[in-house]
Design a protein around this ligand. Structure first.
Ligand code: ADP
Ligand code: MG
Ligand code: ZN
Length: 554
């Protein structure tokens, strides 16, 4: 490792490796196949570049994007590491020249686009090189479970078996789900690999979730606070990207836009403008960012909740790649869940896969509702843990949130869910607890339940918030599918029996004056009216209008 550190200093000018890099590099240097799972910006490139410098021969790097490849090779050139790339932008003669040079050992690293591996002839050419290692960047592309499956990644094991001596393999990704991890090991045929999940804590990032505020106002405030600094605003749909961009331009913000509905030329221009700071705020769909390495992005705002934590962290992680303090803001509204469900339905046919996407979506929603440290939630999600809370996320730093014993409220909610036979969603459960006279509650006779109106002193939205928090903390579970139903978990059981107490960080600030229960008021007013009519006509009130009619009128 001492030699590795010297090379790091000599070529890259960095004093030391990050914790995660150390483990991965040590494993590679021991000669093991290695899978490094690190977040975007975690420093995966160095994990294979430094070992490549220490091995004799040419390390082949499989990398999915032409632009990414060129950046990497230019970067290596500029620090004096001999490297080249081969992709479809080159003529056949150029390819052959590069291969010949590589065969003479003139490059330490040769970047190759996966599509090239489809050609037998190309594989033959490569077999003339001395290849100590094949490094697979963005290796989740080999998995159909990942977000950008590339069939040609399946050819990598072909490449490996074509080489006269089996090289060592290393693979890298920021995607950490078990399925993707298993697929990488399986399809790349890694042999007893060292697997390392590291570096998911990005200390320079402050995470904030904003719920129930006017999104445009919060966005404008964020942009103003950041002055001339660069930021990315992600939105869920092309239409939303267009509308938001126009809105920002009208507000006098130098904004640009980027989504898959634009032409290649338009997109390339937009990207350039952002890179060279001509555009301060990039409003974009999730198509923006892969392959972009702008280090001084000071904030990333998610105008809509993304479909899962992988997508969120990949995008949010584009903030602060230079290590400077940066903000990641997520503007949540319940509508976002519906948008994502719709998108899942549209794009995923296979029911099993759909169920999995719903599960991941739920864990994304849980992030928005957890009272825990957000940084910690992220790290745990990706399979790691941290020693302490970050102290700077919106949950850690909010003065309104305080550890409070909410056992009683939790018990009220759990028993209501149980009384309703675990067959209804959270809105209806909240309505029952609130004692609302809404039609469905009355039709189903839930106003007869002993838990009806148990929490009438709270706002209905407030109750929904509490329920969502209890879901996020694993006391309640939402069934999969389009209309999720609340179920109790064993953890809720221990609270109901009084074995466990629920102590959580909850909002202590007095809730905004409760919105008046309009329905109930209307009902009372109609009843009074009915009494008067009945008196005047001299008939019993129920003849004028039965209660059920009055309720319907509400
Ligand atoms: P990834 O591929 O994981 O998204 P990169 O390899 O592109 O990340 O690295 C992200 C940034 O971190 C780069 O600017 C890189 O130079 C920097 N970096 C990597 N390792 C270190 C280190 N040990 N010390 C300081 N900066 C580093
Ligand atoms: Mg990378
Ligand atoms: Zn925190």
């Amino acid at each position: 490792m001492a030699e590795a550190r010297e090379l790091l200093k000599k070529y890259y000018g960095y004093g030391d490796f990050r914790e995660g890099q150390k483990k991965v590099i040590a494993s590679i240097l021991e000669g093991r196949d290695t899978l490094g799972i690190m977040p975007t910006g975690g420093g995966k490139s160095i994990c294979y570049q430094i070992p490549a410098l220490m091995m004799s021969g040419t390390t082949i790097v499989v990398s999915p994007l032409i632009s990414l490849m060129k950046d990497q090779v230019d970067g290596l050139d500029s620090i004096g590491v001999p490297a080249a790339y081969i992709n479809s932008s080159l003529s056949y003669a150029q390819v052959e020249t590069r291969i010949r040079k590589a065969a003479r050992g003139e490059y330490k690293l040769l970047y190759v686009a996966p599509e090239r591996l489809e050609s037998e002839r190309f594989l033959e050419l490569l077999s003339e090189l001395t290849v100590p290692m094949v490094a697979v960047d963005e290796s989740h592309c080999v998995s159909q479970w990942g977000h950008d499956f590339r069939p040609s990644y399946m050819r990598i094991s072909e490449l490996v078996s074509h080489l006269p001596v089996r090289p060592q393999l290393s693979a890298f990704t920021a995607t950490a789900t078990d399925q993707v991890r298993d697929d990488i090991v399986k399809h790349l045929k890694l042999r007893e690999p060292g697997v390392f999940v590291t570096g998911f804590a990005r200390e320079n990032l402050s995470f904030t979730v904003v719920k129930g505020e006017n999104k445009r106002d919060v966005l404008m405030a964020t942009i103003r606070e950041n002055g001339d600094d660069s930021g990315i605003v992600y939105a869920a749909t092309r239409k939303e990207v267009d509308q938001l961009c126009e809105y920002l331009l009208r507000q006098g913000v130098a904004a640009g836009r980027y989504h898959a509905g634009m032409s290649d030329k338009e997109r390339a221009e937009a990207q350039e403008q952002f890179l060279y700071d001509e555009v301060r705020v990039m409003v974009a769909s999730n198509a923006f960012g892969m392959g972009i390495d702008k280090s001084n992005v000071r904030y990333v705002v998610h105008y809509n909740m993304p479909k899962n934590m992988e997508a969120y962290y990949q995008e949010a992680g584009r903030a602060g790649r230079d290590g400077e303090p940066s903000d990641c803001l997520l503007l949540f509204s319940p509508q976002d869940i519906h948008i994502q469900k719709f998108l899942i339905e549209q794009s995923v046919g296979d029911p099993e896969r759909q169920a999995q996407e719903y599960r991941r979506l739920q864990l994304m929603a849980d992030y928005c509702h957890t009272p825990q440290c957000l940084q910690r939630y992220i790290v745990r999600y990706f399979g790691g843990d941290t020693e302490s809370d970050c102290g700077q996320c919106s949950n850690c730093s909010s003065p309104d949130l305080q550890l409070t014993d909410i056992t009683l409220e939790a018990q009220q909610i759990f028993s209501c869910v149980r009384r309703m036979r675990e067959r209804f969603g959270m809105t209806l459960v909240a309505s029952v607890l609130k004692g609302s006279r809404n039609k469905k509650v009355l039709e189903l006779g839930f106003d007869e339940l002993s838990t009806y109106g148990l929490m009438k002193q709270r706002g209905e939205k407030d109750i929904v918030d509490l329920i969502q928090m209890l879901v996020a903390e694993g006391y309640l579970q939402l069934s999969e599918g389009k209309y999720p139903v609340l179920k109790l978990t064993p953890k809720a059981g221990t609270v109901l029996t009084g074995e466990e107490r629920v102590v959580q960080r909850v909002r202590v600030k007095p809730a905004a004056p409760a919105v008046k229960d309009v329905e109930a008021e209307l009902f009372d007013a109609l009843r009074q009216l009915r009494t008067e009519i009945a008196k005047r006509e001299g008939i019993p009130p129920y003849i004028v209008f039965p209660d059920s009619t009055l309720r319907e009128m509400c």
